[in-house]
Write a protein that binds this ligand. Sequence first.
Ligand SMILES: NC(=O)c1ccc[n+]([C@@H]2O[C@H](COP(=O)([O-])OP(=O)(O)OC[C@H]3O[C@@H](n4cnc5c(N)ncnc54)[C@H](O)[C@@H]3O)[C@@H](O)[C@H]2O)c1
Length: 325
Amino acid sequence: MSWIWDSLPVVLNRANSTNPQLTFFKFIEMKNISVIGSGTMGNGIAHLFAQQGFEVALVDLSPDQLQKGMATIAKNMDRQISKGTLTETDKAASLHRITSYTSLADGVKEADLVVEAATEKIEIKLDLFRQLDLLTPAKAVLASNTSSISITQIAAVTQRPSQVIGMHFMNPVPVMKLVEVIRGYTTSEETTRQIMSLSSQLEKVPVEVKDYPGFVANRILMPMINEAMYTLYEGVTGVSEIDTVMKLGMAHPMGPLQLADFIGLDVCLSILNVLHEGFGNPKYAPCPLLINMVAAGFKGVKSGEGFYCYPAGTKDYPVSTRFSK
Ligand SMILES: NC(=O)c1ccc[n+]([C@@H]2O[C@H](COP(=O)([O-])OP(=O)(O)OC[C@H]3O[C@@H](n4cnc5c(N)ncnc54)[C@H](O)[C@@H]3O)[C@@H](O)[C@H]2O)c1
């Protein structure tokens, strides 16, 4: 079971805090988790919490997406069973702990924590957080899994900015160990400690970072991906050559162009735009090739073609003929 910090000053020493005046909090139990969005990340986050024994409300506007999300969770649990890391009994119990909702009000009314993983659009996030502030219990913590949108800006549309935080899981959520915990300008010490502690209880490794464009993960990853695209755009070499250099030369498990296809080229473009606008530094300007590909609907895996082609039913991904020599 997991615990939430209460702001009441009950004496309890915390070895990992740097400020002794903020080391005293009371715990209350956190058990109901609402996950908003049942796409790639939302279903992974619901899977993780349910497997760790939490009651999960999975919310999506689209009944189809909810159905797909639940099917993906069951399929991914089957994969864990075949690897011997989950039993049939645990799978059934975990799935039983997830209830799906199309109504936001019903899905969040008992939440101790909301993890928002809806589409990466600022107007969607701001609207959702305005509603979440009205629909959830006053003590609930509101977290966003956003890759690039300012947590401070999201927090500012609520009446509880100290309880708003970034909880940036990596894809695929049940497998990847990192949670980037983003502390907005107004996020409290209590909320930060609570989410760091909860992330550890989920058997993840949390890293606390401040709220600046791209946080840490994407601020470092996206310029590398963008540079790989410029290298291709300038004709230095081809798609598989660039990816091979980074795989064999730097021991990256996947080349940057293929990784961009998996993340989604539209997502890469929007993160680079956030970095470019946020820092006002031309080094983050997205490669014109990326801009063209997204405008033409070539978004990588999700659209079936990016730098590589992704034919259904096979894991053999050839380089797109647009880039063959
Ligand atoms: N895909 C990744 O690799 C990745 C990694 C880390 C973080 N993220 C972040 O996670 C979030 C979700 O990304 P994703 O890739 O899962 O997106 P996705 O497109 O796969 O899923 C988004 C889901 O949100 C739903 N949705 C949209 N508006 C909604 C609303 N108002 N209420 C309820 N549901 C709503 C959509 O129906 C869809 O099912 C984004 O903020 C993204 O930046 C993505």
